[in-house]
Design a protein around this ligand. Structure first.
Ligand SMILES: Cc1ncc(COP(=O)(O)O)c(C=O)c1O
Length: 395
């Protein structure tokens, strides 16, 4: 029998087949070792260890039981869109209306939909290095052209307005921000956001901000792009419940955008996602309307973890870090000990069975760093610090 020649995969599929630069190799190996029963401490993950608060779980179950298990509108159930609009109206002086809100199964899906409706192949998108690992594949899928701004440790991981605007050229269609930022925990000041919003307004550029860590800030409050900006007609804010409500597996996020863009998001969603589960949206609306107590409690616990881990890191010679203002991670500079962060992480795993993520996974600005995740109970974090200390003492 002659061998059948299979047709090629699409260019899109091939573009998505990004070389992950073996940044995840140590994490993958650590997971495999743990599965075999080895005493590995996994601080390379970004999924909250807290359980989703019980009342939210109960709410979802009760809505399942009454039959909220059918199709829902592509833009989302009205009760959830209203809850998001109310939330966004509470945290910004600009009132947010239901017409501006689109619901997605997670922030990642919201970013993909928004960028799909804004970017054509070859369009420039200004992005800040270091960045969340999920951004690059989205731009690759769309064949957009990343225009990278370095947010170096020397700048406390916050670029200046000139750093950003200097990257803008005639191809630039979107400036894409993430504040509070993963992996650094840096918060962009209101003045920077306001200047950028004014710049983008004048130049006819979209300004999009991923604010998924908005509810986890420690020493200073999060300032939303919608709070800082004077005019909203070219702004998109994306947020969700994955981190703040320990609901990563529920897949709940949203985009707040001008109604004209929301209409396009409706079309995009209708042909791709076709609506999120009703009972999950009901529980998400309940979560947003009744969350003050447990979001604050989780945030306080992350802050305590951050403070205790920072105290431990202070005792380990050769390490330095910028204290994160938010989020669930500390970027630790290990470059005086080992400049190759992947080698550092690999040797650390081999010697001490502690898994940290190499900083170069997030970009050039965090090369020579490792990301220490705070999403484990305090005793495990302390044990992680001990192992890190022993590893460095033995070198
Ligand atoms: C900055 C940032 N954006 C988006 C996401 C993904 O959010 P979701 O799980 O809601 O898709 C993450 C997850 O780690 C993140 O750190």
């Amino acid at each position: 029998m002659p061998q059948l020649k299979l047709p090629d995969f699409s260019q899109l599929a091939n573009r998505l087949n990004l070389d992950s630069d073996d940044a995840w190799a140590v994490h993958d190996e650590a997971v495999a070792l743990k599965r075999k029963g080895e005493d590995v401490i996994l601080l390379s993950i970004g999924d909250p260890d807290f359980r989703t608060p019980e009342p939210i779980v109960d709410n979802a179950i009760s809505h399942m039981r009454v039959g909220r298990t059918h199709y829902s509108p592509a833009l989302g159930e009205l009760n959830l869109r209203r809850a998001v609009a109310d939330y966004e109206s509470r945290v910004s002086p600009h009132r947010c209306t239901v017409e501006e809100v689109a619901i997605f199964p997670g922030v990642t899906a919201a970013i993909y939909a928004v960028m799909s409706c804004l970017l054509d192949p070859g369009d420039g998108v200004v992005m800040i290095d270091p960045m969340y690992v999920g951004y690059e594949p989205i731009m690759a899928a769309l064949n957009a052209k990343p225009q990278i701004v370095m947010a170096t440790p020397a700048k406390e991981f916050v670029p200046s307005i000139e750093d950003i605007t200097n990257k803008v050229d005639a191809t630039t269609k979107v400036i894409f921000l993430n504040t509070p930022a993963n992996p650094t925990g840096a918060i962009m000041p209101a003045s920077l956001l306001a200047s950028l919003a004014a710049f983008c307004q004048e130049r006819g550029i979209w300004l999009v901000c991923d604010e998924v860590y908005s509810m986890f800030t420690f020493d200073q409050p999060h300032i939303s792009l919608r709070t800082a900006a004077e005019k909203l007609d070219n702004l998109v804010v994306i947020d969700g419940l994955s981190k703040s409500h320990a609901m990563s597996g529920w897949r709940m996020g949203w985009a707040v955008s001008p109604p004209d863009l929301t209409k396009h998001l409706d079309h995009f969603s209708a042909m791709s996602i076709f609506g999120c589960p009703q009972f999950i949206q009901d529980a998400a609306a309940f979560a947003l309307n009744n969350d003050e107590y447990y979001v604050k409690e989780m945030c306080d616990r992350y802050q305590l973890r951050r403070d205790r881990v920072c105290e431990c890191l202070d005792q380990i010679p050769g390490l330095s870090y910028r204290k994160p203002q938010s989020g669930m991670f500390i970027m630790v500079d290990v470059s005086t000990i080992e400049n190759d962060d992947k080698l550092f992480a690999k040797n650390l795993l081999d010697a001490e069975k502690l898994s940290l993520l190499p900083g170069s996974a997030f970009g050039e600005a965090t090369r020579g760093h490792v990301r220490f995740s705070l999403v484990q109970p305090m005793n495990i974090l302390m044990a992680g610090c001990d192992r890190l200390s022993q590893f460095i003492a033995a070198r």
